[in-house]
Design a protein around this ligand. Structure first.
Ligand SMILES: Cc1ncc(Cn2c(C)c(CCOP(=O)(O)OP(=O)(O)O)sc2=O)c(N)n1
Ligand SMILES: [Ca+2]
Length: 525
């Protein structure tokens, strides 16, 4: 009879999970034994970088990705990066090693005590099979749960299970398919079309799921048909709409009162592919203005269930866009010209203003460049200077957990070798995932990292002022030289001191990873 390992590898191969991001310990080696041809193991030097790379890769491919981590110590290191993957609804399947079954109870060294509980409530589903024979089925459940719920799952497997034999029943998992139909039909379809068609002043709010699901261009068609304003949902981790489109009003402010103010005068707010809402600053007020109805369409049943107001339809937002376009027809007038980009602000002294850096990127990088951004005090500068009009152009840590940016950029670049990828990374953020540079060098990933060095946790300086703590300690990070750090990980690096030098560096097309460090002035987010 085949072993648990053989059946598990075969299942993963049939499901397309053949790229494994991992950092191994002794517990994991029996799973990695005899990985079939066609599997690719991508080593990360820290579990935060492993999960960040897998998150970027899964988002860019749109498919579930396997992550292999060490027991409690490795899984614990991954928790921060997993908060982002949970918020971006990335389907990661984490398989972690566990001590052999007889050693778990006595808590031998490397035993992960109550492993599934360690990861809940972060992951959507977590388990440790009750016996070796159940491992293939449990692995299948972890894959299907991740794919259907679009949420990371976690499976802890005692390492003596992999060599155990399975019975015929275990082989049944190899032919399993689990699909979801999510197009509203009948009464739901009629109700939704009627609500939207009868709205006098509709507004659209789009979530990251619209971009993840490849519906960026369809959202533009729907918006131009409705003719009303379009916002990106708060805490945006992907760009769901062209940011200079004449109907685009930017990212909704992340507070209850300002969101309600934005909706003033609109009788219907249609939220597609986003929770309602991921507020951030606590700015209390009415959830909605008088006379405004909100309808949320999301595949995430939990998000629909926990929203504090409005009506919700649990369905595929992309399919709903198709239904509305079919029922309402195309726009009857052009949307008008895209908004022009303002002249970039400049800074006093030798450091560049972030807007000068972003203007150089806009002018030097190809239009289809994908940007992975983690530079928290420069968001306002970024959206003033960037002009993104393509699907999959923008990634940001979905839960605000730093350490996604650099690994995520490596993952996105690995997933889309033919597309230019740029990581725009702050000198604070870079340290949370810095080891991903080594993986990028080992895999010769064609990636540009623009490292903004302002010598501080800039966003926290701003928050300190906002929260009345202007003299908070621990907000300065002087003396970091990422050109030498990058070279130490095998990545070619240079420091640029002017816009001209930056543009010249960007004009070169990288064959391998490269880091460009530039000193920037402190700005407010
Ligand atoms: C894992 C983690 N640790 C700490 C923070 C707190 N934090 C920190 C430490 C920030 C400073 C980031 O500094 P940076 O250099 O990357 O960017 P700016 O200087 O532009 O703010 S922003 C922020 O929310 C976080 N969000 N995530
Ligand atoms: Ca900084």
């Amino acid at each position: 009879m085949p072993s648990v390992r053989r059946v598990s590898h075969e299942f993963l191969e049939r499901q397309g999970l053949t790229t494994v991001f991992g950092n191994p310990g002794s517990n994991e080696l029996p799973f990695l034994a005899g990985l079939p041809d066609g599997f690719r193991y991508v080593l990360g030097l820290h579990e935060g970088a492993v999960v960040g790379m897998a998150d970027g890769y899964a988002q860019a491919t749109g498919r579930p990705v396997l992550v292999n981590l060490h027991a409690a110590s490795g899984s614990g290191n991954a928790m921060g990066a997993l908060t982002n993957a949970v918020a971006s609804r990335t389907p990661l399947v984490v398989v972690a090693g566990q001590q052999v079954r007889p050693a778990i109870g006595p808590e031998a060294n490397l035993a992960s005590v109550d492993a599934p509980a360690l990861m809940k409530p972060l992951v959507g589903w977590a388990a440790e099979p009750a016996c070796a024979g159940d491992v293939p089925r449990a692995l299948a459940q972890a894959v299907f749960e991740a794919r259907l719920q679009r949420r990371p799952t976690y499976l802890s497997v005692p390492y003596d299970d992999w060599s155990a034999d399975v019975d015929d029943n275990a082989l049944a998992v190899l032919d399993r398919r689990v699909l979801r139909a999510a197009v509203p039909g009948g009464e739901q379809r009629r109700w939704l079309v009627e609500q939207v068609a009868s709205a006098r002043r509709p507004a659209l709010v789009l979530g990251g799921d619209i971009d993840s699901a490849g519906r960026f261009d369809d959202a533009v068609r729907l918006a131009e048909r409705l003719g009303g304003p379009v916002w990106a949902a708060p805490s945006q981790f992907r760009l769901p709409f062209p940011n200079r489109h004449p109907l685009f009003r930017g990212v909704l402010p992340a507070g209850i009162a300002p969101v309600s103010a934005a909706f003033e005068g609109h009788d219907l707010v249609l939220v597609l592919g986003a929770p309602v809402f991921r507020y951030h600053e606590h700015l209390p007020g009415r959830y909605l203005p008088e006379g405004t109805r909100l309808i949320q369409v999301t595949e995430d049943a939990s998000a629909a269930a926990r929203a504090p107001m409005g009506e919700a339809l649990v369905a595929d937002p992309g399919a709903v866009i198709d239904v509305l376009l079919e029922a309402l027809g195309a726009a009857d007038r052009p949307a008008g010209p895209y908004r022009p980009v303002p002249e970039p602000l400049t800074a006093e002294g030798p450091a560049l203003h972030p807007e000068q850096v972003f203007a150089a990127l806009r002018e030097e990088m190809p239009e289809d460049t994908a940007y992975v951004v983690e530079s928290t005090s420069t968001n306002a500068a970024w959206w003033r200077q960037t002009d993104l009009r393509r699907q999959g152009s923008y990634y940001f840590p979905a839960a605000g957990g730093l350490g996604f940016g650099l690994p995520g950029a490596v993952g996105v670049a690995m997933a889309q070798p033919g597309r230019p990828v740029v990581g725009v990374i702050g000198d604070g953020s870079a340290n949370y995932g810095i080891t991903a540079l080594w993986t990028a060098a080992q895999h010769r990933v064609p990636l540009t990292v623009v490292l903004l060095r302002n010598g501080a946790y800039g966003a926290l300086r701003w928050f300190g002022g906002l929260l009345g703590v202007p003299d908070a300690p621990g907000l300065d990070i002087p003396g970091l030289d990422f050109t030498r750090i990058a070279e130490g990980y095998g990545v070619r690096a240079q420091h640029v001191g002017s816009v001209a030098e930056l543009r010249a560096a960007l004009a070169e097309t990288p064959e391998h990873p490269r880091l460009i460090q530039v000193d920037t002035a402190l700005t407010t987010p």
